[in-house]
Ligand binder design. Structure first.
Ligand code: PLP
Length: 479
């Protein structure tokens, strides 16, 4: 017996012999030559481990140890090593701006714009009209001026960077006045007081958590004051006995004292969601119209583009930021600018924006429309789920905006509800997330898995069906 074991292992072909086999070479042809030897070594090591774990059935062993089978195993191992670690997943959480799932999916035109610029060279910092050096900000500045009603605009890597740049450029070494009700933490250890400290700005807190009066700001102004700051409490609301001075009042106070009023809007809507009955998010243009001198907001929240931070407002205050040493460290990549350029173009018409920009489309899609898509999916999956003993129903749910925006808004939506007869909801939820096909991220609620169809993008239906069917096949095999 011990003799048999040794000879079976000795029967495994050596790497150099495998490399000489034309069938092996053909099987490995699609992967780079430098990976052939390590991949074959890995495959042989796996077979030895299989053997060590307990003698496999001789027939299975014979089949697994042919040169072709070893090559196929090596190819599989190499493919797994080469596979992208950052990869697509299906978002069925119903949270439109899911920070962990990459926030905003981009519009088709934004994706095309990225590809066009990524494939070759571009006029990123080259003025084609004059043949001279240009500015990377020029590509989107005109659109931002028009959409925000701003004199000037700049783009940086994200809104956190925008906040840092504004504070560093306009208030370093001085004081900035903020209401105590607006000392926001947005998560990931980004807190307004900490960013102030980082920018070398002394934070002057005024008022109380629930109430701040204009007079509180007025009393706090000293010769050291550089900036009055408003932070949109995007991810929480203070309700009840509350008060904040209006933007107009604050702007007038700032200007009487030769100061700027800066507002961190967080999400920064260019689309009037409130006019469609969705939340109360102020638009960027409304803030600037009310007299705010500088606003900052995210590119990949409600705006629906790539990760970026946008700074817009009066040229007098934006100019020093262009020349600030931090600008170079925070400047956006050409891919970001390409996506932003194409996304902003769609905002020139509201109906176009709602159709073209996935975030705007998902947030404005009616319950009826989601329910129709949900019904079609339920019909496609019904028999597969029955065979796997999974109960499939359609259920009313509430989708969320996410990304720290409009926290109190619930969008009436429709979901597939899955309950398996033989495995827990948690197990089914895990199986969907770890399926070798495209992972499906749903929600767990009331002992069932909910797949909210609002955040399933058009064209992803087949992928979802394929992933769910793979999980069902796995369940059937287990019963
Ligand atoms: C989200 C948010 C930020 C940070 O924006 P990022 O683009 O994620 O860096 C800053 N301030 C407020 C109020 C926010 O809501």
């Amino acid at each position: 017996m011990a003799q048999d074991r040794r000879s079976a292992l000795r029967g495994l072909p050596a790497v150099h012999r495998l490399l000489g086999d034309p069938a092996v070479r053909e099987a490995l042809a699609p992967i780079p030559g430098g990976l052939w030897v390590p991949a074959l070594q890995d495959a042989l090591a796996e077979l030895r481990a299989m053997w060590a774990a307990g003698s496999p059935d001789p027939a299975v062993w014979a089949k697994e140890t042919t040169a072709e089978a070893i090559a196929a195993r090596a190819r599989g191992l190499a493919d797994r090593k080469l596979a992208a670690h950052l990869r697509p997943v299906l978002n069925l959480t119903g949270t439109v701006l899911h920070t962990n799932l990459g926030r905003a999916p981009l519009s088709k035109r934004a994706i095309q714009a990225i590809c066009a610029v990524a494939e070759g060279y571009s006029n990123l910092e080259f003025d084609l009209a004059s043949g001279e050096r240009g500015s990377r900000h020029a590509h989107v500045e005109r659109r931002l001026q028009a959409l925000c009603g701003a004199e000037a605009a700049l783009v940086v890597n994200n809104n956190a960077a925008a906040v840092l740049l504004v504070l560093s450029a306009l208030a370093a070494g001085g004081e900035a006045v903020v209401s105590r009700g607006q000392l926001v933490e947005i998560g990931g250890s980004f807190r307004i007081p900490d960013v102030m400290a980082q920018a070398g700005v002394r934070l002057v807190e005024v008022g109380a958590t629930n109430k701040t009066h204009l007079a509180d700001f007025e009393r706090a102004i000293t010769p050291q004051t550089r900036l009055l700051v408003r932070v949109h409490t995007s991810n929480y609301r203070i309700v009840g006995f509350t008060e904040q001075p209006s933007l107009r009042e604050l702007a007038a106070l700032a200007h009487r004292n030769g100061l700027a009023l800066y507002e961190d809007l967080g999400s920064g809507a260019l689309f009037d969601f409130a006019a469609r009955g969705i939340g109360d998010e102020p638009t960027v243009a409304a803030s600037l119209r009310a007299g705010v001198d500088v606003v900052t907001f995210s590119g990949d929240k409600l705006l629906g583009s790539a990760q970026a931070g946008i700074i817009a407002g009066a040229a007098k205050w934006i100019e020093p930021m262009r020349k600030h040493p931090l600008m170079r460290a925070l400047r956006p990549d050409k891919l970001t600018l390409a996506a932003l350029d194409a996304t902003l173009a769609a905002y020139s018409d509201d109906a176009w924006a709602a159709e073209e920009i996935p975030v705007v489309r998902m947030l404005t899609e009616s319950y009826e429309s989601v329910a129709t898509r949900c019904r079609a999916l339920a019909e496609r999956l019904r028999s597969t789920m029955e065979a796997a003993q999974v109960r499939l129903e359609e259920a009313d749910v509430a989708s969320r905006v996410g990304g720290g925006a409009l926290p109190q808004v619930e969008l009436p939506s429709r979901a597939l509800r899955l309950r398996a007869a033989h495995v827990s909801a948690q197990q089914l939820f895990d199986d969907l997330r770890t399926v070798p096909a495209v992972p499906v991220v749903g929600r767990l609620a009331q002992d069932a898995v909910l797949l909210d169809v609002r955040t399933l993008l058009p064209g992803q239906e087949d992928t979802l069906v394929h992933s769910v069917e793979a999980v069902a096949a796995h369940l059937r095999a287990r019963v």
